[in-house]
Write a protein that binds this ligand. Structure first.
Ligand code: CTP
Ligand code: C5P
Length: 340
């Protein structure tokens, strides 16, 4: 007995450990099925009970989900088996989940209650990306880098690692199979809005590999400096030239989607020049260029990539107050690797 004009509230729940664009894509689809998306996140304790400790803390997981542009509310402490009571408590009409079966430690379908009550809808899971796949890429990277030839970090390729059968879709750096990007996906993730006249334009550039809480805090601060935020993403060979090893872990297309899913971002430059150029600043009418506290690698060991915005007096350093880095995530994964 729905009142007309009542907004439709959609419930999504999960672990949201190592949030990636597959999670974002499920929330995007959920949003299209209603007006508001409410995400229930399991506590560290609950996840540990059912599938072993998560890589990211509940605080970090909540922050990452809150940063996704299709999310309206986040609730920590969602039960592992979705109940009608939790839907009612948060005024949600139905629950949405990807088309994969999830079970409790006892082997019970976590959605059996809402399915029986007809308050369950399914969206398509995003093929080619999963936490397991990302962890595999990180272990492979470590193996190639530090333990060439040793079997210590050998990973089993299974699940989504087998989904990208096309060898051209494999990352040259990690050798793992990848999600197949399409223009359609980019359009779905993009907000499609140009800056309004008078908008203050902020530009930042970087790798944004394995989009994490540090990036999120940085982009929040950057957005506060203006009205319209443009993120330039360096290409895979450029990132590899300054990060070394097998970086980046996510290819350019995947990084585009991860960054576009962030609520602070208005536009992404797909393959930005490493040195911020006059052309780029003029083309986008950039008012401010900024960088966080992480070191700035010089091009060819001598050219400051921010020399031009510095000369124009529009460069500024900001402090995200967050020490997370892509490398730290890789370290965490390695210390957690026995769990996988
Ligand atoms: N999801 C998706 N596509 C993916 C991964 C997850 O649509 N490639 C969806 C799941 O179906 C679920 C939501 O994201 O509706 C959050 O689920 P979570 O419990 O975090 O997902 P997992 O399935 O554990 O994700 P992963 O395998 O990446 O850990
Ligand atoms: O390292 P990467 O190129 O992905 O960083 C992109 C931007 O995010 C840089 O300006 C970097 O200084 C900033 N950053 C930050 N705090 C972090 C991680 C990155 O401010 N913890």
């Amino acid at each position: 007995q729905k009142e007309p004009n009542k907004e439709i509230r959609v419930w999504c729940d999960g672990c949201y450990d190592m949030v990636h664009f597959g999670h974002a894509n499920s929330l995007r689809q959920a949003k299209a099925l209603g007006d508001k998306v409410i995400v229930g996140i399991h506590t560290d304790e609950e996840i540990t009970k059912h599938k072993g400790p998560p890589v990211f803390t509940e605080e970090e997981r909540v922050k990452m989900v809150k940063g996704i542009k299709w999310v309206d509310e986040v609730v920590l402490g969602a039960p592992y088996v979705t109940t009608l009571e939790v839907l009612d408590e948060h005024n949600c009409d139905f629950c949405v989940h990807g088309d994969d079966i999830t079970m409790t430690a006892e082997g019970v379908d976590t959605y059996h209650l809402v399915k029986k009550a007809n308050r369950y809808k399914e969206v398509k899971r995003t093929a080619g990306v999963s936490t397991t796949d990302l962890v595999g890429r990180m272990l492979l990277l470590t193996k190639n880098h530090f333990h060439q030839g040793s079997a210590e970090y050998a990973i089993e390729k299974e699940g989504s690692s087998n989904m990208g059968q096309d060898s051209s879709a494999k990352s040259p750096w990690t050798g793992c199979s990848q999600f197949l990007p399409t223009t359609q996906k980019i359009i779905q993730f993009s907000d499609g809005k140009a800056p309004k006249p008078g908008d203050k334009i902020v530009y930042v550039a970087g790798a944004f590999d394995l989009f994490h809480v540090g990036h999120l805090d940085f982009l929040e601060k950057a957005k506060e400096l203006g009205d319209y935020l443009i993120v330039g993403l360096h290409t895979d060979p450029v990132v590899n030239s300054y990060k070394g090893s097998n970086y980046p872990i996510m290819n350019l297309h995947e990084r585009v989607l991860s960054v576009l899913a962030c609520k602070y971002v208005n536009e992404v430059v797909i393959g930005a020049p490493y040195c911020v150029t006059e052309d780029l600043l003029d083309h986008f009418k950039v008012d401010v260029v900024c960088h966080g506290q992480t070191p700035i690698a010089l091009e060819d060991g001598k050219i400051d990539p921010y020399a031009i915005p510095k000369t124009r007096g529009i460069f500024c350093l900001i402090d995200s107050s967050n020490t997370m880095t892509t490398e730290r995530i890789v370290e965490r994964i390695i210390s957690h690797r026995l769990e996988y």
